[in-house]
Ligand binder design. Structure first.
Ligand SMILES: NC(=O)c1ccc[n+]([C@@H]2O[C@H](COP(=O)([O-])OP(=O)(O)OC[C@H]3O[C@@H](n4cnc5c(N)ncnc54)[C@H](O)[C@@H]3O)[C@@H](O)[C@H]2O)c1
Ligand SMILES: O=C(O)CC[C@@H](O)C(=O)O
Length: 392
C-alpha cells in the first residue's frame, strides 16, 4: 500500500483518484510515500526519507523546498492551469472594483440602515451617488506581467471588455505563446509596460529573479492614475515601495490577494485586500486536487512524470516484467554503468527512456526479469545515482 500524507484541505474528488485498494491517505504518517499539499509551508525536515514525490494541488511551489527535493531525487509536481480560470475571474472583479466606487458605495448603503422612509432613502441615494462615480475599463490599457496560464486567460477577457492589452514575459513558453491572443502587444521590458498601463496585473512565479521585482524604480514609471493588482505572490512586490508610491500619489490603487498589517492599517480606500482567495472556488480546488493526485498515482505506480517543476517530463508505456526508475546527477557515464550492471546480470532491457533537466537526470528502464536486492544495491552504490526504485 502506498501512503499519501496530506497537508491542507484537499478536495475529496481528488482524493478519490487514489485507488483505495492500493493507497492509504491520512494527515499523519510516520513513513509516507508521497506528500500532497496546497499552501502549507513545507520544511525540509517534514520530508521523511520514505518520501518519493510531492504533489502541489495548485500552481505556485514556493512553499516547497524544491532545490532540496531535487538534491534528494524527489520530483515536485504542480497543477498548471487548473486554477487559472478562478484567478482570472477574481482579477476581472478586481479590475471592476478598482475602476468604480463599488466598495465605498456598498459601505455607504450599509450605513443607512436606520432610514425607514423609502422615498427619503431613494432621494438621498440619488443625491449622493455622484460620490461613487468611476471610469470604464473599456478603452483603458491593461499591462500583464507573466503571460502563462492565468495571464493569457486574463488577456482574452480584458480584450473582450474592450481594453488594450500589453504584456511582458521574458520566459514565455512556445505553448503559452500559442495560447496568447495575437492582439496582445508584447513589451520588450517591464518598465515600458509600467509606463504605459492604466492597470497592471502580476501573474508570474516568485523566484530569486522575481522577488521584489516591483520596486520603487519601477513604480516611479507608473501613471499616477495607475492601479496595480497582485494576485501572484506577496514577495514579488516591495510592499513598502507600494505604500510610498500610494502616499506620494505615484500610484492610485493597490489590489492584492496578500495583505500585510501595514496595508490593512491604511485608510483612504487606496488598497483593496483579499485573503488569498484567487484559487478558492469549488471548481479550481477540484481541478487542482484531481490533477495533482493523478500525477502522484502515475508516478508511484509507473514512474511516469507529468507537470513536475524540477524533473523532466517522461512517460513510458509499461512493458517487460519489472520497471526501474532511477534518478541520477546529470553527468556522463552513469546510465552506461547502470546498463553494464544489468548486462552483467544477464537481464535484458525491454524498453527504456532517459531525460535530463538541469542538474538531474531520470530514467525508466523496463526489464525482462525482476532484479534482486543485491543488484539494486549495486546500482544504488554507483557514484552519482540519487535513488533507485523497483516498480513491480
Ligand atoms: N492568488 C492565488 O490564489 C493564485 C492562484 C494561482 C496561481 N497564483 C500565482 O500565480 C503564478 C502564475 O500562475 P500561472 O498558473 O499563470 O503560472 P504559469 O507558469 O502558467 O505562468 C507564469 C508565467 O510567468 C512567466 N515569468 C517568469 N518569470 C517572469 C518574469 N521575470 N517576468 C514576467 N514573466 C515571467 C513565465 O514565463 C510564465 O509564462 C503562480 O506561480 C502562483 O504563484 C496565485
Ligand atoms: O491552494 C490554494 O488555496 C492557493 C493556490 C494558489 O496560490 C496557487 O499557487 O495555485
Amino acid at each position: 500500500m502506498y501512503k499519501i500524507l496530506t497537508f491542507n484541505q484537499i478536495a475529496v474528488v481528488g482524493l478519490e483518484r487514489f485507488p483505495r485498494d492500493r493507497f492509504e491517505i491520512a494527515s499523519e504518517f510516520a513513513s509516507p510515500d508521497a506528500i500532497l499539499l496546497r499552501s502549507h509551508k513545507l520544511a525540509a525536515e517534514e520530508i521523511s526519507p520514505s518520501v518519493k514525490a510531492i504533489g502541489r494541488a495548485g500552481a505556485g511551489t514556493n512553499n516547497i523546498p524544491v532545490g532540496h527535493c531535487t538534491e534528494r531525487g524527489i520530483p515536485v509536481f504542480n497543477s498548471p492551469g487548473a486554477n487559472a480560470n478562478a484567478v482570472k475571474e477574481l482579477v476581472i472583479a478586481g479590475l471592476s472594483l478598482g475602476s468604480r466606487g463599488i466598495l465605498p458605495g456598498i459601505e455607504y448603503v450599509k450605513s443607512l440602515g436606520d432610514m425607514q422612509d423609502g422615498a427619503e432613502l431613494s432621494k438621498l441615494l440619488e443625491k449622493e451617488k455622484k460620490r461613487f462615480k468611476g471610469n470604464e475599463l473599456s478603452g483603458k490599457t491593461l499591462g500583464i506581467v507573466g503571460l502563462g496560464a492565468i495571464g493569457s486567460m486574463i488577456a482574452r477577457a480584458a480584450l473582450d471588455l474592450g481594453m488594450s492589452v500589453i504584456g511582458y514575459d521574458p520566459a514565455l513558453s512556445v505553448d503559452a505563446a500559442w495560447r496568447l491572443p495575437s492582439s496582445v502587444q508584447r513589451m520588450e521590458n517591464i518598465s515600458s509596460l509600467f509606463a504605459r498601463a492604466d492597470y497592471i496585473t502580476l501573474h508570474l512565479p516568485v523566484l530569486d529573479s522575481t522577488r521584489g521585482l516591483v520596486n520603487a524604480d519601477l513604480l516611479a514609471n507608473c501613471k499616477p492614475s495607475a492601479c496595480l493588482l497582485n494576485f501572484a505572490r506577496e514577495e514579488i512586490v516591495d510592499v513598502a515601495a507600494v505604500e510610498s508610491a500610494l502616499d506620494s500619489g505615484k500610484l492610485r490603487q493597490f489590489i492584492t490577494d496578500f495583505p500585510t498589517p501595514n496595508l490593512i492599517a491604511r485608510t483612504g480606500g487606496d488598497v483593496i485586500l483579499m485573503p488569498h482567495i484567487g484559487a478558492s472556488t469549488d471548481e479550481a480546488e477540484d481541478n487542482c486536487a484531481v490533477m495533482a493526485s493523478e500525477q502522484l498515482v502515475d508516478f508511484l505506480e509507473n514512474g511516469n512524470i507529468r507537470n513536475s517543476v524540477n524533473f523532466p517530463a517522461l512517460y513510458l508505456e509499461r512493458s517487460g516484467a519489472a520497471r526501474l526508475a532511477i534518478s541520477n546527477r546529470n553527468v556522463p557515464k552513469i546510465l552506461s554503468s547502470v546498463l553494464d550492471i544489468l548486462a552483467d546480470a544477464d537481464i535484458n532491457i525491454h524498453d527504456m527512456l532517459n531525460k535530463s533537466r538541469e542538474e538531474i537526470a531520470y530514467n525508466l528502464i523496463d526489464l525482462d526479469a525482476k532484479p534482486d536486492t543485491a543488484l539494486l544495491d549495486k546500482i544504488r552504490g554507483l557514484d552519482g545515482v540519487v535513488n533507485v526504485r523497483l516498480i513491480a
